[in-house]
Design a binder for this molecule. Sequence first.
Ligand code: DON
Length: 304
Amino acid sequence: MQYQKILDTIKEELSTKQNKGKVASYIPELAKVDPNKFGMHLYCINSGHYGFGNEEEQFSIQSISKVFSLTLAMSLLNDELFERVDVEPSGDPFNSLVQLEYENGIPRNPLINSGALVIADILVSTLDNPKKQLLDFIHEITGNTGININLKVFNSEKKYSNRNASLLHLMKSFGNVKNDIETVLDLYIFQCSIAMSCKELATAFMVYANSGRTLFDKKQIISERKIKRINAIMQTCGFYDEAGEFSFRVGLPGKSGVGGGIAAIHPGQYAVTTWSPPLNPKGNSELGMYALERLTTLTGFSIF
Ligand code: DON
């Protein structure tokens, strides 16, 4: 497959496309990001790296981190984890409280905020130093020990976290949060403020495309069975109330973040990432979704 040629075509198309999205502003530090940034990187199992634009510039990975925290939790626990968080699409916005009220504090899935907060609670209970161990995990799957948080984004989100605190209080009232709310919230905000580039994210997501193994040192990070399950959750729940639309238009498992990043995989083939900060009304990158739709159209190749 001539991936670089296809990416060059997408780059060309993007240069004439109007971006109707809006940069996330509910975390003030995110609102400062240049809306014109665009990066795309494709890491192919057989033929290596392709990309263009701001593919090596780090951005706030935000909710994409939910895939990493879920993977870490699944590597530590077995099916008991899914007694505390379900695996159904929510059809609701990422920070919604409504279903929790009538579903007894059990989040629909680990990729919406409530589910990721339960996962953070599990990591606080299970690990001695969850922040460090989550970063260590990302260092292990990227081979890059320089990856860290953006402290400005971390401090900015700390000031505007009432919504996530509400989710934690509601779930704690049902007994589904075991630790101190501030500690769990702190870990969750920490993971959202991790900064990575498209190239680094594609390297990390290779583990999901490559049956749970890194490509650069062939290390089995998590079992093939668990990776299959994580990919299934990304396919059905990775884009909140737009998971159906992403499946319909792109046809790959993936995960978005309000920093404007999207990471997606074609199992057995490649990991691909995009970064464009302006978001559509559902909180997913407007041009990122377009670029990925063009990728699977121009290659004639998706998981379906
Ligand atoms: O919980 C929040 O509000 C953010 N830090 C993360 C949300 C997010 O990235 C949702 N993505 N589309």
